[in-house]
Design a protein around this ligand. Sequence first.
Ligand SMILES: [Zn+2]
Length: 267
Amino acid sequence: MATFYDTHAHLDYPDYASDLPEVITRGQAAGIAKIISIGTSLSSSQRAIRLAETFPSVYAAVGWHPTEVMQAPSDLRPALREYAKHPKVVAIGEIGLDYHRLPGSQGGRGDEDARYKQRQADIFQQQIEVAVEAGLNCIIHQRDAFDDTLAQLKPFADKVRGVFHCFGENPDRMRRVLEINSLVSFTGIVTFKNGQNVRDTVAATPLDKFMLETDCPYLAPVPYRGKRCEPAYVKEISEVVAQAKGCSLDELSAATCKTAQEFFRKL
Ligand SMILES: [Zn+2]
């Protein structure tokens, strides 16, 4: 059986409160050998570390999600620096910029949008700095903010790499990510009936420049679409990605696992 990693899972979410050991066991039975649980706040990052300490196949990323920045402490760096030293913390993330639901579009005032964006940029910047200091790479979340996210990461391109997770942009944007020495990763969206644009981007992405992920509990692939997602479903994602790439599952396994080992050096 071909082995894969789930490089982006939210195992600390309440969705798994009642059956997490079974979820991880099902993942292993499906060939998903390693899972990275992603932090979205300091408490979520702590929970991810605790899961990594509990389950041998689980690793952690620590970071503060851009849509949560208004709740962030003014300086995240001291806490993140400490977490980053943990032997199973493999990355800083998820971090980045998200302009999808700005306050102005939610009935707020336009000048709140500028303040929100500035706060996101500040929190993103702090976390890139910690990544550089700690020698870790970053897991990047961006939504409706591609140019600004790329521009903010670019000055650090010789010191830190990013993986633009849940990548759904076109091949041109994929190439701009690769140009700054970063990578992309693909979720179950690649299996959706209306996911042809993502399959086109997969086809255009070199085999050694992307990884696979679920972003569970979200984005369950076909035939589980709409249900709770879990790491075992990387299997369904891998089958569609291999088809889009015109390669075997063994080739895809070898390439994506090697890419992940090099990107997440403590994995
Ligand atoms: Zn996520």
